[in-house]
Design a protein around this ligand. Structure first.
Ligand SMILES: [Mn+2]
Length: 404
């Protein structure tokens, strides 16, 4: 039997239209490979979409691709990830599930996880991912006895960082010890941490395929391409995991050291260095302290005009500063930057449970940032924001009673 394990697809995730399209094409290509390989089913370990309520355009494209999967009689099983989640519980994944295009396998009854059985007899269950690692509570409080004792070929899907296998540069990320995972599964299908891992653990085969398409500047630089896992099981229950790279465009990345240089010097260095860029993704990272002028003095319009034949040109000047300003540290991921700033400031206020405020602040930040959806009425939008605020503060019941 063959099946595929995808994770962190983040449909709709790039601001740049061309990269957004590539991201979608990566998903389409992965699905076509699954169809050609005749996989029995496909797993998505969270972060299918970049937001709980993706745009109509993204949805249209995804629905078309999922329909193709359904017509080939391939089932799609997933757990929502931290990006698919909204505090009000409203998520487009539910709509797709109701339409019969996929199945969320996190089903709970009487504090126990239930299995979803595939036509191949494979038994699948899992736990969703929440923002700031709040899914920990499920791992700690659910009773796993029944699913651990169940016979047959079993898969556990999760969207969580594992303490024992945490990549070093993700220091602060919330992670969970493997000890808290249910035992006796044949394959543990992970998502959330955008890196590749494949280990034979005492508990079973454990894998993260990495994102299906790099999700930000740093990932494009480091990973260069997306990836998913194609798994084949043999009669003796042995598992063979094949990594399937999804490469749609060549990526050339360049680094420029701005220390002691002027904006014009940097500009010329870039124009001289970047070559053979046709139809490629060109990445320009500039770091350091400019000798004169400020970062905005670099004429990027001129640079972009010169490289028009590239598929797309991306620049990163997060660590580029003028002499007259203090160096501000900006991490690659917005989430990490937010976490650091919140933590620094929460410390300076006297609070009983700073951790609680940490997660409240983060979820408030998340949906107060959300915009009115296409076709959504102002009243519905206000209500959605209000519902999410109250839920997040844990006072939704108080409010309901007042109204009754
Ligand atoms: Mn992700």
């Amino acid at each position: 039997m063959k099946f595929a394990h995808l994770a962190d697809i983040h449909i709709g995730g790039w601001q740049d239209q061309k990269l957004r399209k590539l991201n979608l094409n990566a998903f389409d290509k992965a699905i076509n490979i699954c169809i050609n390989e005749s996989t029995a089913f496909i797993l998505i370990a969270g972060d299918f979409f970049n937001t709980a309520l993706p745009s109509i355009d993204s949805l249209k494209d995804v629905a078309r691709i999922l329909r193709k999967v359904k017509e080939k009689n391939i089932s799609l099983y997933l757990v929502p990830g931290s990006h698919d989640f909204s505090p009000s519980g409203k998520s487009m994944i539910d709509v797709l599930e109701k339409a019969g295009l996929l199945k969320n396998v996190m089903k709970i009854k009487d504090n126990k996880l239930l299995f979803t059985e595939d036509k191949t007899g494979t038994k699948i269950t899992g736990i969703l991912g929440l923002r700031t690692g709040l899914e920990k509570e499920y791992f700690k409080t659910l009773n796993f006895k029944d699913i651990e004792e169940e016979e047959g070929f079993k898969i556990f899907i999760f969207h969580t960082s594992i303490e024992e296998y945490k990549p070093k540069d993700l220091g602060d990320i919330n992670s969970l010890s493997l000890d808290l995972f249910p035992k006796n599964f044949d394959y543990y299908a992970g998502g959330h941490v955008h890196y590749l891992l494949d280990v034979k653990h005492d508990r079973g085969h454990l894998a993260y395929p990495g994102p299906l398409f790099p999700n930000n500047f740093k990932e494009l630089e480091e990973l260069k391409k997306g990836c998913f896992n194609l798994i084949e099981t043999k009669d003796d229950m042995n598992i063979i995991v094949k990594k399937i790279p999804i490469k749609l465009k060549e990526i050339d990345s360049y680094f420029f050291d701005a220390n002691g240089r002027s904006p014009l010097q940097i500009e010329n260095e870039i124009l001289n260095a970047v070559k053979n860029f046709k139809d490629k993704i060109v990445m320009i990272r500039i770091e350091g302290i400019l000798e004169t002028g400020k970062p905005t003095d670099i004429n990027f319009k001129n640079i972009f005009d010169n490289f028009k034949e590239a598929y797309v040109v991306l620049k990163n000047t997060n660590k580029l500063v003028s002499k007259s300003f203090d160096n501000i540290r900006i991490d690659e991921s917005i989430e990490l930057t937010e976490s650091r700033i919140i933590e620094e400031h929460v410390k300076s206020i006297e609070l009983k449970n700073p951790e609680v405020y940490n997660s409240i602040i983060k979820s408030l930040l998340l949906f107060l940032d959300s915009e009115k959806e296409e076709g959504e009425k102002s009243m519905d939008f206000e209500r959605r924001i209000m519902d999410e605020t109250l839920k997040s503060l844990g006072i939704e019941n108080l409010f309901k009673n007042d109204n009754q």
